[in-house]
Design a protein. Sequence first.
Length: 394
Amino acid sequence: MKDFSYYAPTEVVFGKESEEQVARLVKKYGGTKVLVHYGGQSAIRSGLLVKICNLLQEAGIEYVKLGGVVPNPRLSLAQKGIELCRQEGIDFILAVGGGSVIDSCKCIAYGVPYEGNVWDFYLGKAKATAMLPLAAVLTIPAAGSEMSESSVITNEEGDVKLGYSNNLSRPKFAIMNPCRTFTLPPYQIAAGVTDMMMHTMERYFTKDDDMDLTTDLAEAMLRSMKNAVFAVLKNPEDYRYRAQIMWGGSLMHNGLTGCGVEEDWSTHQLEHELSGMFDVTHGAGLAAMWPSWARYVMHENLSRFVRFAVNVMDVPNDFTDPEGTALKGIEAMERFYHAIGMPINIKELIGRDITDAEIKEMTRKCSRDYQRTCGGLKALKAEDMQAIYQMARG
């Protein structure tokens, strides 16, 4: 078991009508002039954006709005937000949306007090030592960014998608009303659950087998999300299971399921190049990559893949054939992905065959020009990355 430090400072306000508390919470955490950051038209059509702005105004809190966040949030919009915050004297940032909006807020919050280019943090050239405080009114459960230290931004110059993690970026509070997720389309629900499950799977597949409580928690969360997603796809207004998914998305990426173990994150790193190149939905990209990664690395800790097959995917344990049991677990996960409308390879994801040149380019980017490895269960070199992309072609 690894020594660990667990830090989850975000105040969570969960339940029906929880957004009514937004002004009180902004004041509690020192906000006097707020950047309200959001995505496209859904926040407007639902009436949530107007409601949030009215609540701020009624409480005497000034605000400025900035919309336009898209999936795989863009650096150019974050840079626009940085300049807007400086011009307007913004002292607090409020995300109204899902993970992409929150990640864009984090990038803006990093950039306002920084004299250089905020992209420096994502390139690893600098470490943030100050940032504006931020919070979230969550509308799309998936990324877990509302409680995590992580953010991911896409730089349009070169279609490069990079992440940066710093505990400074954990939101001050997160408001979660499951009713605000009732209108999400089925594909977005499925991709979101895939993403949140992968946040725990990236921690679950480890060489560390001696932190039983963390492992048990991870397995319970994964089983819960499997059950909940089918209930919600069948009945979009099932509050009970919407609530499980919304809370699960936060718990599966606030560090809890990684306590005491070495984490992996290879599937995320490999997928970032997919969504950077093809602008695909992140969760769907993870589903397309994971089965090939799993088959490639499973012998690094075969017993862990057997345990996943049996305890999460309900595969009978053939004690005479652990490799066969592990493979059946991967196959069961593929069936689960298909059952909720997710792809299991790149061809299904992008709708065509990927070229050798595209695989080579993704490998170059993922390996940072062949200079780095990624992964904890198995440290993937460039040749490993290329082999997994090849396996995932479909």
